[in-house]
Design a protein. Structure first.
Length: 268
């Protein structure tokens, strides 16, 4: 988003346009010349400090294009028309990104954190990014469109210059803070945070580990002991299983002989 330098560079040329327009007696040409001259001066200062040429040229081109539109239409308020249309496009782009489950706030933050698209596998993060992205749709872009649109339609050039400054970096800072709060509140308390997306398989393994660690109590009050058993049968008799579970040959033959005369077991 350009940081503080980008916010200042974007706010000063519109102010210069309004000042030049007022001082010259509502001359669009003088206002455009003042805005372009200031933009060139800012660009030269940025280049001298080692800033990227591409960023400087883009900022200058935006100011020149806005000035040409105002000169072409003959209406001073059209200097702010590009700003109005860009916010309309931004609001639509952010809203569509939420609907298709690719919220742009997640794309931006995920890129900054080096996660690429891994955050989308975490359903809690996806939901949180979607909710926080609505703050950008309505709290920044839609608000700008409403304010700029009304002032542009009414031809309020001075008010447009003031709104262009007020709704730049102060509004961005407020939007960042509010969307960060929504993002934090939308995540469950046990979530490890933005830097640690939890994939579905990780969530499943955590649940299975929790289930495996719980003690299960049998219905009859008895407890099971892993490999060794207590040897109780369903009739309440006790068999000698021990650790090996084997019987001597003589006892096996005796058991076989007695098996024929034993009464049938009752159905329980």
């Amino acid at each position: 988003m350009g940081g503080r330098k980008g916010a200042i560079d974007a706010s000063l040329p519109p102010v210069a346009f309004v000042v030049g327009w007022l001082v010259s007696g509502s001359s669009i040409g003088w206002g455009a010349a003042a805005a372009i001259a200031l933009s060139v001066a800012i660009g030269g200062f940025r280049l001298a400090r080692g800033d990227k040429v591409r960023a400087v040229l883009i900022s200058l081109a935006a100011v020149v294009l806005a000035a040409l539109i105002a000169l072409r239409t003959g209406r001073a308020q059209d200097f702010f028309l590009i700003q109005l249309l860009s916010n309309v496009a931004s609001a639509l782009a952010w809203a569509v990104s939420i609907v298709i489950r690719w919220p742009l706030l997640g794309v931006v933050v995920g890129t900054v954190l080096g996660q690429k698209t891994r955050w989308r596998a975490d359903r809690d993060l996806l939901r949180a990014y979607s909710r926080a992205s609505w703050v950008w749709v309505f709290g920044q872009y839609t608000l700008r469109v409403a304010v700029f649109g009304v002032l542009w339609w009414a031809g309020e050039v001075v008010a447009l210059g003031v709104a262009r400054t007020v709704l730049s970096w102060p509004l961005v800072a407020l939007t960042v803070a509010l969307s960060g709060w929504v993002l934090h509140r939308s995540l469950p308390a046990e979530h490890p945070g933005l830097r640690h997306p939890v994939p579905p398989e990780g969530r499943g393994s955590e649940q299975s580990d929790t289930a495996a660690g719980e003690d299960v109590e049998p219905a009859d009050g008895d407890t099971t002991g892993g490999a060794a058993t207590d040897g109780k049968t369903s009739d309440g008799d006790t068999t000698e299983g021990g650790a090996s579970g084997s019987a001597s040959p003589d006892s096996a033959r005796a058991g076989g002989a007695n098996a024929g005369s034993a009464p049938p077991a009752r159905d329980k």
